[in-house]
Write a protein that binds this ligand. Structure first.
Ligand code: DGL
Length: 271
């Protein structure tokens, strides 16, 4: 059956990230959209994306989206990765005008509303911070704000390696967040989808005076809106399928630590 824009009705929603991070978005999508099925790709074999060139990240994103749309029949794509959104969303949309592509962006706009000191910390990858998309966001919403950006070197890899709590993670967060606090940051933007997976530790290090913003709930609401507008709503959930391009055992173990409830089978995807 073909929908109004030529995309298949009833297909799953495709979601991808460099690794575990996109699960912080997928969990909101699964909760908010009970009639949808999902196919999630963690490109763990090529993670982290943050230090890679934007050409490389764009090529990986195109490859994954091709598989999601052409092999899995996905009706909508969520780029659950700020780095991949910055590098590839524009190209992906131009290549696939019939498939809605929803991306992430650092929550500078909500941070501008939340801050009292006017000093906002942004935790994102080097790729996101250096992107044109981020510069455009600052141009639009950053007026009057002081942004303290940290590329959080090594933090995504720590999370991919399973440091989801404990001393090693905590020390890295102390090194990132303490200088921000010294500069009177009162609002912290989680500009990488891996970071909400360790939000409890981030909040603990940041302390009670700092508002922490995860854009994932807003992205899930936007996906719901686009499904309604394009008349692409599903009728019943068939499945939530997880794929990794990396080590199956390690990925399964990490998913078990961040995912509440059953997550079914995890499969290996060779790219
Ligand atoms: N989770 C990703 C993001 O939102 C990518 C992190 C990485 O692979 O460096 O930016």
């Amino acid at each position: 059956m073909i929908g109004p824009s030529g995309s298949p009705l009833g297909g799953p929603i495709g979601v991808f990230d460099s690794g575990l991070g996109g699960l912080s978005v997928l969990r909101h999508l699964v909760r908010d959209l009970p009639n949808e099925s999902f196919v999630y790709v963690a490109d763990s074999a090529r993670a982290p994306y943050g230090a890679r060139s934007s050409d490389e990240v764009r090529a990986f994103s195109e490859q994954i989206v091709t598989w999601l749309v052409e092999e899995q029949g996905c009706k909508l794509i969520v780029v659950a990765c700020n780095t991949a959104t910055a590098a590839a969303a524009k190209t992906l949309r131009a290549q696939r005008p019939d498939t809605p592509i929803i991306g992430m962006e650092p929550a500078v706009k909500p941070a501008a509303r939340a801050t009292c000191t006017g000093v906002v910390g942004v935790m994102a990858t080097a790729g996101t911070i250096a992107s044109e998309k981020y510069a455009a966001l600052l141009h639009e919403y950053g007026e009057g704000l002081t942004l303290i950006e940290d590329p959080c070197v090594g933090l995504v890899q720590l999370i991919e390696d399973g440091h989801l709590d404990g001393g090693v993670l905590r020390q890295r967060l102390v090194d990132i967040i303490t200088p921000m606090k010294a500069q009177r940051v009162d609002t912290l933007v989680l500009g990488c989808t891996h970071f909400p997976l360790v939000e409890a530790a981030i909040r603990e290090v940041a302390g009670p005076g700092i508002t922490v913003i995860d854009p994932a709930p807003a992205v899930a609401r936007q996906v719901g809106r686009v499904l309604r507008e394009r008349e692409l709503n599903g009728e019943a959930r068939a499945s939530v399928q997880l794929f990794t391009t990396g080590d199956l055992g390690a990925f399964r173990q990490n998913v078990g630590r961040v995912w509440e409830g059953d997550f079914g089978e995890v499969r290996r995807l060779v790219m």
